[in-house]
Design a protein around this ligand. Structure first.
Ligand SMILES: [Zn+2]
Length: 338
């Protein structure tokens, strides 16, 4: 069937949800540049932009340390939260689960940080017809004590938009097994869990994570056939971040990406950006990439977006709203009503 509209145009118009977006990594490039220009002790070019050219897994993490140096103070956190949500709304993302580790700045506590993010989320979501929830991240490089504290703070704001807990950070640092008590506590408190997994070859830990059965996994790149068959039989949804995996050199290109295998197996997957600022992508672009690379038709892209809703940590009522918004978009997307 011929389409008047380009694949990119269709993917932008398609209502989408985003379930794997780190607040700091989703920062606008122009905001990064502005924060850099404001810095008194800057010298030479922004190292962040330089780091964008030379990519491997560890240089991707060194970029984040540059961002953390620039993103200091709650006024900046407030600003980037609003901008990131605005950017998602502009490309017809109707629901986002943002994630962030909680930081304390000067005389401001981690709870202050959480409150600023939640307030900015609420206010911006109301302006842009988008729903936003938060996942509090546990950085695997930090201590169990820090992880426990993060869960306790999440508990204090549970009914104000915090819906889950994420395990993230440089996968060569720290161990899942050592932080597991904090994740168990989060589970007891009623939080849904999503864990970054198999970003590097670490089959032993990936096995432990599968045994733990979190509600979702992030990435799941380096898996043996045995681990994959366990994942498929457990049906744990996977947040797929193709551009992030390519730019951090976890895979050669879109064609070799495990999206293809997971999709053919009808495994629940969600297309996500991970860090849309750092990796210069958007959810729409991730849909275009799979449409192009794996020859998915428009109905298939629509179904992929629709089925992602089931994997979200939103309330059942909200999920029903997202499905309705998707159904209502079919005519303007040029799809037949069914
Ligand atoms: Zn991530």
């Amino acid at each position: 069937m011929e389409h008047a509209e380009s694949l990119e145009g269709f993917c932008k118009k398609l209502p989408k949800i985003e379930l794997h977006a780190h607040l700091n990594g989703s920062i606008r490039m122009s905001t990064i540049q502005e924060l850099w220009d404001r810095k008194a002790d800057r010298s030479g070019d922004l190292p962040f932009l330089e780091a964008q050219k030379t990519k491997d897994f560890q240089s991707a993490f060194s970029m984040f340390s540059v961002i953390y140096q620039l993103v200091q103070g709650l006024d900046v956190i407030d600003r980037i939260t609003r901008e990131v949500i605005e950017d998602f709304a502009k490309e017809n993302v109707i629901y986002v689960e943002l994630r962030t580790t909680l930081k304390a700045y000067d005389d401001k506590t981690k709870l202050d940080y959480l409150d600023v993010v939640l307030k900015a989320m609420r206010e911006t979501a109301a302006l842009h017809n988008i729903e936003v929830n938060l996942l509090v991240s546990i950085n695997r490089a930090e201590s169990l004590e820090n992880a426990m504290e993060a869960v306790e703070l999440a508990v204090q704001r549970k009914d104000q938009g915090v819906v889950g807990i994420d395990l993230c950070g440089n996968p060569v640092c720290g161990k899942f097994s050592e932080l597991r008590p904090a994740l168990e506590k989060a589970r007891r408190e009623g939080f849904k869990l999503t864990l970054h997994a198999a970003e590097i070859v670490n089959y032993g830990e990936t096995q432990e994570i599968l045994d733990f059965s979190p509600e979702r996994l992030g990435h799941a790149v380096f898996m043996t056939d045995d681990l994959k068959s366990q994942l498929f039989s457990k049906k744990i949804p996977v947040e797929i971040c193709i551009t992030s995996n390519i730019k951090s050199q976890s895979c050669d290109g879109p064609l070799g990406h495990h999206f293809g295998e997971f999709y053919r197996k009808s495994h629940p997957i969600i297309l996500c950006t991970d860090d849309m600022g750092v990796f210069c992508t958007s959810v729409s672009q991730e849909f275009s990439i799979v449409g192009d690379t794996f020859q998915l038709g428009r109905e298939e892209l629509y179904d992929l977006s629709l089925s992602s809703i089931d994997c979200s940590f939103a309330s059942e009522a909200s999920k029903e709203t997202f499905r309705r918004r998707m159904r209502e978009s079919r005519t303007s997307l040029g799809l037949e009503n069914k």
